[in-house]
Design a protein around this ligand. Structure first.
Ligand SMILES: [Zn+2]
Length: 462
């Protein structure tokens, strides 16, 4: 089965052919750590986590290296420090920890390598020196800039003409720039700003150079896939290409460029001023991470995603039905865990997650209909394996149904509920239906739903 991916560079879906099918490399731009991640930040993490899982499935778990960086030097971090007075090291370590916790709660695997920009300053300096030596960059007033007119191919990813490039870069014509389109590789730092010694004085790197340095450090000068949000195409990714290809040679760097679409909230642009800004940190207090993840994956990654409360409720309800089927077959032990061909085919078609989710619903239907233990085991195999490729169905069904939002009112504990169910069973055996109904009503009042099965009663938090 071939894997087809949309390559932004070609503006076309292409059959993915790794440079070396035992060493696939993928680089995805990671967070700038100065604040909690919002749901727009979570989208590329989830999308490329699914691709990471798929690549491991197709090529073998040991044959894929996924690098996602941490940008821990940036003017936004300096601004956050100036506004709050919190130490820069404290801001970056605290928000990195929060990012890790939030992304884990959304069911994302850790990348193979997570390099931090501040650990790679010498590598950045080395590339900048090479660019200067080859006439692609120059030093001016303590700044080092990439000279855009020195690269004839500049703009090929974004496909913008020169006027659009300059307008899109939204830069003031700084006195240290030879050309309006030039961008900064290195800039001077004041005493109170983070800085490193360099051939151009004490300073710090521009954002773009980080990714060129860290990708070549861990994946080599040429590698398979580079990903990120659509908003990074220009200028960030265009500039990464300029730096890397001018330093390492034409044809080097990422071969396939993948970008996820924008995210809106209830049809509007998400912004703090509109009051519709949703951080993952807050969202997962009220909603299980798997529901958030499924909701994201219900839209194809290249489409704009409209985040809605209805969509999230729909995702939760789908997961209830998936976990319900798994709970009904709790005693069935799956023999091997192999996803169905239909499911892998859907994901292999440029990560068609809506289609893959449709197959997931079919697999749940097949599990519900299966009559023999053998048929149940096979259907459960398919379902669990498919869920795993999407990073879903990772919980014990009992834990899914008993999960409680952080803000929920204090109610019955799991043990108290089990105890009440036992009391109700005894009442029913004694034909004390008034008591048995009262127990059911008391539980229902707290949103706990009882489901009487053949010999047993299961429950879930509504
Ligand atoms: Zn980057």
């Amino acid at each position: 089965m071939s894997l087809n991916l949309y390559n932004t560079l070609a503006r076309a879906k292409q059959e993915f052919t790794p440079l070396d099918d035992t060493a696939i490399g993928m680089y995805v731009c990671g967070p700038t750590v100065y604040d909690y991640a919002h749901i727009g930040n979570a989208r590329p993490v989830i999308v490329f986590d699914v691709l990471f899982r798929l690549l491991k499935h197709v090529y073998g778990a040991d044959h894929v290296t996924y690098v996602r960086n941490i940008t821990d030097v940036d003017d936004k971090i300096i601004t956050a420090h100036q506004e709050s007075g919190e130490d820069i090291g404290s801001i970056t370590s605290r928000t990195t920890d929060a990012f890790h916790a939030d992304m884990a709660a959304l069911g994302n695997l850790e990348p193979s390598i997570e390099p931090r920009a501040t650990d790679h300053i010498p590598q950045m300096i080395e590339i900048i020196e090479k660019l200067i030596a080859d006439g692609h960059a120059y030093e001016e007033q303590g700044h080092v800039c990439f000279n855009v007119p020195s690269m004839s191919e500049y703009g090929r990813l974004a496909r913008l003409n020169r006027d659009e490039l300059i307008a899109g870069a939204r830069v003031d014509i700084a006195p240290y720039k030879k050309d309006a389109a030039d961008f900064v590789l290195w800039k001077p730092s004041d005493e109170d700003q983070p800085g490193w010694d360099s051939p151009w004085g004490r300073g710090r790197p521009g954002w773009h150079i980080e990714c060129s340095a860290m990708s070549s450090e861990y994946l080599g000068e040429t590698f398979d896939i580079h990903g990120g949000g659509q908003d990074l195409i220009f200028p960030h990714h265009e500039n990464e290409i300029a730096q890397s290809c001018c330093a390492h040679g034409e044809g080097t760097f990422a071969q396939t460029w993948m970008h996820n679409g924008y995210l809106m909230v209830e049809g509007e642009k998400m912004s703090k001023s509109l009051g519709n800004f949703i951080t993952v940190h807050e969202l997962i207090k009220d909603h299980h991470g798997e529901a958030v993840r499924l909701c994201m994956l219900m839209t194809h990654y290249r489409q704009p995603l409209n985040w809605t409360a209805d969509g999230l409720a729909q995702a939760k309800s789908s997961l209830d039905s998936f976990y319900g089927a798994l709970r009904m077959t709790a005693e069935i032990v799956p023999a091997s865990v192999v996803p169905s061909d239909d499911f892998v085919a859907a994901l292999s078609d440029d990560l068609n997650s809506p289609q893959a989710i449709a197959v997931l619903h079919e697999l749940v239907g097949a599990l519900n209909k299966a009559e023999t233990d053998e048929a149940k085991a096979a259907a459960k195999d398919n379902l669990l394996a498919a869920g795993n490729l999407l990073g879903l169905l990772q919980l014990d069904p009992e834990d899914w149904f008993k999960w409680t939002p952080e803000g929920a009112a204090e109610g019955f504990s799991d043990a108290e509920i089990d105890d009440l169910i036992e009391q109700r069973k005894t009442a029913r055996a004694n034909k004390d239906f008034a008591l048995s109904d009262k127990i059911r009503d008391d539980l229902a009042a707290q949103g706990i739903v009882l489901e009487d099965g053949a010999g047993d009663t299961s429950w879930k938090r509504g």
